[in-house]
Design a protein around this ligand. Structure first.
Ligand code: FES
Ligand SMILES: [Fe+2]
Length: 398
């Protein structure tokens, strides 16, 4: 970090976290309590919350949270737990009508979180003061039509943004339509996926058949606050999209999003810890990491684009559609009917490699020999690991 508090790309990058940080239940429990519980978590986009009664939900470590559009048009954040005996009230997203009703004993809150009705109150709770038992407030903030929640009502959103707003994408999500919503289930720690995502060194190799580049010198990750923003740099300027990909798309005359044609913004915004925004001239997507356990992570990927467009650019979605678990709808590597490297889907290539990394983390022979230098190499991993290490407080060192 320099004097202005900005992270610098380290000259000689080092692996800071040991294998147990990616595998142990103790680490995962500590992250839940001391990292995710203190983070801004993506909770949908403004169009999910257009009308009074619309709600979305999110999980910040141990805290179930909800964002609610009030009758007065205000958006509010609440802890999604009932003040009677604590049951989680809302699930997923939707419209709840004019009140939040707990499914257990039907305590009923208005859209501003006030407790309005208690069934059989005169008999069961004759003395209870309803005013004292409104929903607990949570932090809510909106950035470029993306809604974020935080367990702490007064958490500082601007400080968390850390300047990312100065280099944000030009897309206006409200003018686009949602074209895909898919959840992938991965047998890996959330940090294994995060580190793969900020690894500029693998693009040319693992993704030989999908991106086909760039080389480590042809891309760059730029730190902004605790976030990292990716640019393609091979053309001598910063761009959201690699030339190999841009050329391929140009040849099929895909329409571009008004205002987003220039591509002189980042192509990947890793918004620490769990939100990944992916803008480009053809669509906009958000991938959200949902850490379920030390070795199980969901990633939900929503895509917005011009009507008729399909998945993210350069992504062949057919293989993943055939690899959905019929029970959950989640896409899993073990359900693919061909090798991941034959799918032409970079997401599946990444998932495959992350699961291979996760298995290797258990080998007594596992170690990191060296990290590639440079912002387009693997140097950003040290920054990410330093942020994690600063936040996570283990009960016992481990
Ligand atoms: S726990 Fe919600 S009404 Fe009883
Ligand atoms: Fe990748």
């Amino acid at each position: 970090m320099n004097e202005t508090g900005q992270w610098q790309i380290p000259e000689e990058p080092k692996q800071l976290l040991g294998a147990q940080a990616y595998t142990s239940p103790e680490w995962f429990a500590a992250e839940q309590k001391t990292l995710f519980a203190r983070s801004w978590i993506f909770a949908g986009v403004i169009s999910d919350l257009a009308n009074p009664g619309d709600f979305t939900t999110a999980q910040a470590g141990p805290y179930p949270l909800t964002a609610v559009r009030g009758r007065d048009g205000e958006l509010r954040g609440f802890h999604n737990i009932c003040r009677h005996r604590g049951t989680e009230i809302l699930e997923g997203a939707g419209n709840m009508g004019s009140a939040l009703v707990c499914p257990y004993h039907e305590w009923t809150y208005d859209l501003a979180g006030n407790l309005r009705a208690i069934p059989d109150q005169a008999d069961c709770f004759p003395e209870l003061d309803r005013d004292a038992l409104g929903l607990h407030g949570a932090g809510l903030a909106v950035f470029k039509d993306m809604v974020f929640l935080h367990p702490e009502p007064k958490a500082d959103f601007q400080a968390w943004l850390g300047g990312v707003e100065d280099i944000a994408w030009p897309h206006d999500i409200s003018t686009l339509v949602e074209t895909r919503d898919v959840t992938y289930e991965m047998n890996c720690n959330w940090k294994v996926f995060y580190e793969n995502a900020i690894d500029g060194y693998h693009l040319k190799y693992l993704h030989r058949k999908t991106f086909g580049g760039p080389a480590p010198t042809g891309n760059d990750w730029v730190p902004k606050g605790d976030h990292l923003v990716w640019y393609y740099t091979e053309d001598g300027r910063k761009s959201a999209i690699a030339k190999t990909v841009a050329d391929r798309i140009k040849s099929d005359n895909r329409p571009t999003i008004a205002g987003a044609e220039a591509a002189d913004y980042g192509g990947v915004y890793m918004m620490f810890p769990t939100t990944i925004a992916l803008p480009n001239p053809y669509n906009f997507s958000v991938s959200q990491l949902l850490p379920l356990g030390p070795e199980k992570t969901l990633i939900r990927s929503r895509v917005w684009g011009i009507p008729g467009s399909k998945g993210r650019v350069n992504q062949n979605i057919e293989a993943s559609e055939r690899a959905r678990d019929p029970r959950t709808g989640h896409v899993k590597i073990e359900l693919l009917d061909c090798h991941p490297l034959e799918t032409r889907d970079h997401q599946l290539e990444d998932m495959w490699i992350c699961e291979k990394m996760q298995r290797a983390l258990h080998s007594p022979k596992y170690s990191v020999g060296a990290l590639a230098k440079g912002g387009g190499g693997e140097a950003t991993m040290e920054i990410f690991q330093e942020i994690v290490r600063r936040m996570v407080q283990l009960d016992e060192p481990g």
